[in-house]
Design a protein around this ligand. Structure first.
Ligand SMILES: NC(=O)c1ccc[n+]([C@@H]2O[C@H](COP(=O)([O-])OP(=O)(O)OC[C@H]3O[C@@H](n4cnc5c(N)ncnc54)[C@H](OP(=O)(O)O)[C@@H]3O)[C@@H](O)[C@H]2O)c1
Length: 327
């Protein structure tokens, strides 16, 4: 699978690095808006094909697949351009700004017989599978508290009067779509679509949320999700059941999952597979689906991606967070 990359930030470096672990994935092309940056990035990764025109790159026979790590607001336009040229698309989270874009892009993918994946790395990790496999041991779930709270260095820039993409409504930024989607994907991948959603954000002057509390109502329990780009947390995530509690660190990585039994309080460390770069797991998954045509898994991932996006869209609707492209 020959893949090209869009975006020249650290996350693209990380994806390229992770792809090296897959025999099937070969980095063959880069795109940047400027020739100078494109050349430098291509040199850094020893790639020959350099593009500053997205349409030309999409038409190139040098790629079968593209990894998109552009600002959130541009994902849909970029993805659709490549899908129309029958290239598989791996798009960074949050996949799109809203459900309308999701439906349009998936229709184009279907019409052209190619795959469209959201690069939501946590739910592809063996540690997530381990969590899922142990859910049955905690009995009826009664409460969940998940979070991803990380002070962003770009917030310093925001406070100094700049408007970084990730704090901007123009580029579909904000805490829930940038960080909230990780714990939200865990909740949705484990328990499906909640019955009800309520969002309580702290809104910044830029119009997006700097942090927020999202409450998901399931038939027998509620799940509280905290996300923030303007503070730090040192707490673990918990799924509390009547017969035990599952705990893990960092909803983006699902690190150190463990189980505390009720009532004995005995602690059991769950089986884990840790990699320095957990993007290797999503790459393996996407590669396997493309190779084997595993439609069942593809539909499952599509549903998670759709449900997560519809929840963040509803959360924004409730609280008046409107992206520029929606005005
Ligand atoms: N999975 C993860 O763990 C993870 C981590 C971080 C980020 N992400 C996701 O990856 C994506 C990129 O994040 P990022 O922080 O790298 O974003 P970013 O810095 O805002 O922009 C990404 C790339 O887009 C181009 N770009 C920047 N500003 C632009 C503009 N105004 N108009 C058009 N293109 C522009 C730049 O590439 P050129 O200048 O080369 O064109 C840049 O490298 C986001 O969707 C983010 O959510 C995922």
């Amino acid at each position: 699978m020959k893949f090209g990359t869009i975006g020249t930030g650290w996350i693209t470096d990380a994806f390229i690095d992770a792809a090296k672990s897959s025999e099937n994935f070969m980095h063959t092309a880069v795109y940047s808006r400027t020739t100078d940056k494109a050349n430098k990035f291509a040199d850094k990764h020893s790639v020959r094909n350099v593009f500053t025109d997205i349409e030309q790159m999409a038409k190139s026979s040098e790629i079968d697949c593209v990894y998109i790590a552009s600002p959130n607001s541009m994902h849909a336009e970029h993805a659709i351009t490549f899908l129309k040229q029958k290239k598989h698309v791996i798009c960074e989270k949050p996949i799109f700004s809203n459900v309308k874009e999701w439906e349009e892009a998936h229709q184009v993918a279907e019409e052209n017989g190619v795959y469209l994946f959201e690069a939501m790395r946590n739910i592809h990790s063996p540690n997530f599978t381990s969590l899922k496999d142990n859910l049955g041991k905690i009995g009826n779930v009664r409460s969940m508290s998940l979070h991803l709270i990380q002070y962003s260095s770009r917030y310093d820039k925001y406070l100094q009067g700049e408007n970084p993409n990730i704090f901007s409504a123009e580029f579909s930024g904000g805490a829930i779509v940038d960080l909230g989607v990780y714990p939200l994907s865990v909740a949705v991948a484990l328990f499906g679509q909640p019955e009800d959603v309520s969002y309580f954000p702290v809104k910044l002057k830029s119009g997006v949320d700097g942090n927020g509390t999202l409450v998901l109502t399931y038939p027998d329990f509620t799940c509280t999700i905290l996300c923030s780009k303007i503070s730090n947390s040192y707490n673990a995530c918990e799924i509390q059941g009547e017969q035990g509690t599952l705990i893990f660190d960092d909803a983006g990585e699902i690190n150190n999952p463990r189980l505390f039994k009720t009532p004995s309080k005995e602690q059991v460390t769950l089986e884990t597979v840790n990699k320095d770069n957990n993007m290797v797991f999503e790459i393996d998954q996407f590669n396997r689906i493309i190779e084997t045509g595993d439609d069942h898994k593809y539909q499952e991932l599509k549903n998670i991606s759709y449900n997560v996006l519809s929840i963040t869209e509803e959360a924004r609707r409730q609280t008046g967070i409107v992206f520029a492209s929606e005005k």
